[in-house]
Design a protein around this ligand. Sequence first.
Ligand code: HEM
Length: 512
Amino acid sequence: IVMLAVDHCRRRRQHAGDAAKDLPQRAPGPKVWPIIGNMHLLGEHANPFIAFTALSKKYGDIFSMVLGNTPCVIVNNYELIKEVLITKGSHFGGRPDFLRYHALFGGDRNNSLALCDWSELQKTRRQVARLYCSPRFSSLHYDTLTHVAGSEVDHFLDRLGSMTASAAKAGAPVSVNIKPLIQAACANIFAGYMCSTRFSYDDADFVNIVRLFDEIFWEINQGYAVDFLPWLAPAYRQHMGRLAKWALDIRTFILTRIIDEHRRRLVEGEDVELDQCMARDFTDALLIQLQEDPHLEWQHIIFELEDFLGGHSAVGNLTMLSLAAVAARPEVSARIQAEVETVTGGSRAVSLADRPNMPYTEATILEALRVASSPIVPHVATQDTTIAGYQVDKGTMVFINNHELNTGEAYWDEPAAFRPERFLQTAKDGSTVVVKPAHFIPFSTGKRTCIGYRLVQSCSFVLLASLLQNYNVTVDPEHPVVTYTATVALPPDTFPLAFVPRDAASTVPAPA
Ligand code: HEM
């Protein structure tokens, strides 16, 4: 520790000397302490993003920090964020080297498309992933998704129906631990769409994998001291071991329950054409790409499915958050139900195809996303560069304070209020349309923007709309809704919600 402290002070002196000599200068920031840098300043607030906003009041919209030994720059307004993500996106294509990221992807975070540094190989992997995991409205892929999602919703409602059967008779709300069921439904939509496979809700291995994905999603949304103080690693050995084991179990499931079957089918000649057009789904496309691209290795396929199937966890958590927000606000619930009635005429199940005609429901999900303010994964400078004229050295970690974009008074009227209407406008033809302000970038923007956002919007929509078509959902008075700042993640074990089937609700007389 003493050696580290001495080394640190030497580097700080050198850093200060450089700053004096060189132009441009580094962004201002708080005094840096040996060993910990400025980590204590984050600890003073409930969440790092709240700390960033507080520090920006003192040091300005761009400031420097040192976390442990890692130089960081924090950008806090939309103009600066655009400079990092778009104008100079190619200077900031790297990702942090957190030990946790390595643990989750077989010892090398570059196996993950989301956590890797930018490279030509990643560019190729990204292209195939985009084709399948970002289906455009009206495309064949979107039709497949609509079909898969519709059929999964039927299974989901069947299972929920059996869990709420007592309420159907009594008309009283039933408390349901709904999150695992939502996660399983999302996992099946993803598995159906990407792998043409469905698993039973009673399949113990599937239930276990869905749980592990959810554990990982919660975990990856936490911050740990070891991220910036890697010499603490021995104290985290057990923790890292657990992460690595979860991920390994997931990959074994993917290999044995999904890939083996696809490989057999391709190898045994049902689809002999090695052409992407012949790919039945994303898994086929990956296998075909493996045969065609010498830079790809077998393990990339498994890791890519781990990455992309894992996306279902984010969708499930967002759906749960949206549902909780609606459950706490009967007026929002009533407006979504009215929208469902209008598009279906009360005579059929709501479907993904209805989404363009249900702007209020879509706006509700956007509002849940805004309020939750999921963080943008930090970027890392891959070359010496500048932001707003300030020097940024290669290797500097850049935090994008999108919590400020999502909740700052400079960007929204009454940012603390849950108001889906803020995303709605009347078009020239009199129809209501969803309009997202440019500064609303929950899926980020630029070179490393989220690949899964269309799947997110589609799956969360169809689940939320179908649930409210069939149920009145309220908060369980015995279990308050507890959410967390600057994250979409909820713990795997979280609050239940109260359900009454709507057909039962309408036949039971209202209380006197
Ligand atoms: C609530 C749901 C989700 C949110 C809020 C979200 C948001 C984000 C954000 C903010 C980033 C970082 C972009 C950047 O660094 O500039 C990202 C990256 C990414 N997301 Fe999502 N995402 C969600 C769900 C998904 C899903 C379902 C998938 C896959 C099917 C997915 C795939 C990815 C990938 C592959 C990247 C990395 C892209 C890259 O680094 O090149 N995401 N996402």
